[in-house]
Design a protein around this ligand. Structure first.
Ligand SMILES: Nc1ncnc2c1ncn2[C@@H]1O[C@H](COP(=O)(O)OP(=O)(O)O)[C@@H](O)[C@H]1O
Ligand SMILES: [Mg+2]
Length: 643
């Protein structure tokens, strides 16, 4: 194949492709330029999600005639001069590529005036560029500062234009971009308008906390804890949520390096690590973390949009961040009232967990103590095999081990599961809306073989089931097991079609922003597969119209569930449907499963236990926690020094 040098216009389009993916990328580059120019106020106006028009106006230093003539030229910058500068970047930009890239794929113009130019009359200059064409600089009237206008993005690259999403989605990206730019610059005022309508207005404020509140609302900002540390080259500042305030979405986790938003695995890992054991792995604490490092300790020139960076000493940064986070979290643990007053969550908080654990230990100890002295040896399941039992079945079929009084074993379950309940979800539209007793929705396909007989089962502290199998003692987390079973079933059912939803008699209103409405429209098919329909309801609002039968029967609140779901969808733009579906199934299973704290009837326990073997194949709940802890007879014998 012959080799030839590509024409400049094509080279520029290729280069533009790296920097400009969508309208939000242009907003990012233009606002960064304004920040570099020392602006104290930046106004952004877009039309049609930025596809038709983007303008960014600032009150920064402006450009004179000579500089303006170079602004659209590729590799033209005022920010670095030689290679040494490259390793000590103090500005947002330095590659001199942004404006050239913008011009390569749109009709662009810049009007600018320097402060020195003074007077309001003909004091500024204007330059236009479009595709390969750049016009000469012309004088014009302009206030001090700069306005960049970008029209008809991708007008000359129709293939890329096709990749743009709806105006609402693109606007959503722009909003998110604004947050990333505005958070590290609270002292700069920002406005954002869409189709002539003001959407966001951020006045200059003193603190990041204030800016977080203005951007995300008091609900997110309230109760944030400050972090601060400085050690050697690493400076850390920021605000993090108390564990109890963790959310269902990682959307409010932001990391900044030297004032620039970045995504970084090392930093995310430190955050996860700091909260480990304090929040359920499926919850995400809000975090706004600002790291500062000397330019020499980080390379920002590894990604065209600089969203990824390379630390010279990643371990050091990780360690410092983790220490700073822990310091704050440990300190705030001293005020449990603050972290325990949170809205009820299905995940018990740490000390509640510890309480439950110690009462479980106590219950087990009592259990053994009450039986053992009189009996000498407690026969959970004799080594003779699963069917050999030493106790006698009493009149109602409950199994009473030898030596234990009847009233002591009131909770012991019958040996075989009673008639299996009707599977949830098959009753379709007519299904009742009030919570039903615990179903095993998974019983749509009853186990092929009759369940192996279980000697006995007891529920301890409404959270665990203690049972035996043929070679030991099982302690089962009722929520984790039920969740795993439901999850497996949901997967099976989804593979065969879609989940059953029931139409709501009275649709539940769901307040959504335009961007969220767009997300709902985009994921309509996915939601339908889960038995969920959220549709416009009246001129301004949306409502949940159809809701999975399984959840409705378990008394899950439709609006709250859909809100959480929406957070997840809005956060995930990757459109990796399969992965998303997986996450949503986990969420569904978790919500539908019995909770810790819920008393179970003997039948319910039996139904759960009957299918335990099947769950054991993957013996962790979808969140990665185990469902069962097993003590083998061997282990017990060792513990009791019988061997
Ligand atoms: N809003 C602005 N105010 C003042 N000068 C600007 C502005 N935008 C761009 N410039 C000038 O144009 C140059 C080129 O901008 P750009 O293509 O974004 O490259 P970079 O920001 O990497 O230098 C900048 O170095 C700066 O001197
Ligand atoms: Mg720039």
């Amino acid at each position: 194949m012959p080799i030839h040098v590509l024409p400049t216009s094509l080279v520029n389009k290729i280069a533009a492709g790296e920097v400009i993916e969508r309208p939000a990328s242009i907003v990012k580059e233009l606002v960064e330029n304004s920040l570099d120019a020392g602006a104290t106020r930046i106004d952004i106006a877009v039309e049609d999600g930025g596809r038709r028009l983007i303008t960014v106006t600032d009150d920064g230093c402006g450009m004179g005639q000579v500089d303006l003539a170079l602004a659209f030229a590729p590799h033209a910058t005022s920010k670095i001069a030689d290679e040494d500068d490259l390793y000590d970047i103090a500005t947002m930009g330095f590659r001199g590529e942004a404006l050239a890239s913008v011009a390569a794929v749109s009709h662009a113009s810049i009007r600018s005036a320097t402060r020195a130019a003074g007077g309001p009359a003909i004091s500024g200059f204007e330059i236009r560029a479009s595709g390969e064409q750049t016009e000469p600089v012309r004088p014009c009237a302009a206030p001090p500062g700069t306005t960049v206008t970008v029209r008809d993005l991708f007008f000359n690259t129709p293939a890329r234009r096709k990749f743009l999403r709806s105006a609402n989605t693109e606007f959503g990206h722009i909003s998110e971009q604004l947050a990333r730019l505005a958070l590290p610059h609270p002292h700069v005022a920002f406005t954002l308008a869409h189709n002539g309508r003001p959407v966001t207005s951020l006045s200059a404020v003193e603190s990041t906390a204030k800016r977080v509140g203005d951007l995300f609302g008091e609900e997110v900002a309230e109760g944030l804890l400050p972090i601060a540390a400085r050690s050697g080259p690493v400076g850390i500042n920021g605000l993090i949520a108390a564990p109890a305030a963790a959310r269902s979405s990682a959307r409010w986790q932001y990391f900044f390096l030297n004032g620039r938003y970045i995504r970084d695995r090392i930093l995310s890992h430190a955050l996860r690590e700091a909260y480990r054991g304090l929040v359920d792995p499926s919850r995400f604490p809000a975090a706004f973390v600002f790291i500062s490092l000397a330019g020499g300790d980080v390379d920002v020139n590894v990604h065209p949009t600089k969203i990824e960076v390379r630390f010279r000493d990643g371990q050091l940064v990780h360690g410092e961040l983790l220490a700073a986070l822990r310091e704050t979290l440990n300190r705030s643990d001293l005020t449990p009232a603050a972290s325990l007053a949170a809205p009820a969550d299905q995940t018990p908080q740490d000390d509640e967990m510890e309480k439950r654990r110690s009462s479980l230990r106590q219950a087990l100890a009592d259990f053994f103590r009450s039986a053992a002295p009189r009996q000498g040896r407690l026969e959970f399941a004799p080594r003779g095999g699963p069917h050999a039992r030493t106790g006698a079945a009493d009149r109602d079929g409950s199994y009473v081990p030898e030596g234990i009084e009847a009233e002591q074993v009131a909770v012991i379950a019958p040996l075989t599961p009673p008639g299996l309940p009707r599977p949830a979800g098959t009753d379709g539209e007519q299904a009742a809306l009030q919570p039903a007793p615990l179903h095993m929705p998974s019983l749509a396909q009853p186990p092929a073989a009759p369940p192996p007989p279980l000697a006995q089962a007891i529920q301890v502290h409404n959270a665990y089931i203690v049972a035996t199998d043929d070679d030991g003692l099982l302690i089962i987390d009722q929520h984790a097991l039920h969740e795993r079973l439901i999850y497996n079933d949901l997967r099976r059912r989804l593979a065969a079609g879609h989940l059953t939803g029931q139409r709501m008699l009275i649709p539940t209103p769901l307040p959504v922003t335009p961007a969220e409405a767009d997300v709902l429209t985009r994921f309509e098919d996915l939601l339908a597969r889960l038995g969920i329909e959220v549709a416009p309801f009246g001129p301004e609002s949306w409502a949940v119209q159809r809701f999975p039968s399984l959840l409705a029967q378990r008394g899950v609140e439709p609006a709250a569930f859909c809100r959480e779901l929406l957070d997840k969808l809005a956060e995930d733009e990757s459109a990796d449907t399969e992965r998303l579906l997986e996450e949503l199934l986990e969420m569904l299973a978790c919500k539908a499963a019995v909770k810790a704290g819920q008393p179970l009837t003997a039948e319910e326990m039996a139904a759960l236990l009957a299918r335990r073997a099947e769950a054991e194949k993957a013996s962790a709940c979808p969140h990665g926690r185990p469902t069962t802890i097993k003590l083998t007879l061997r282990e017990l014998e060792k513990q009791f020094k019988r061997s």
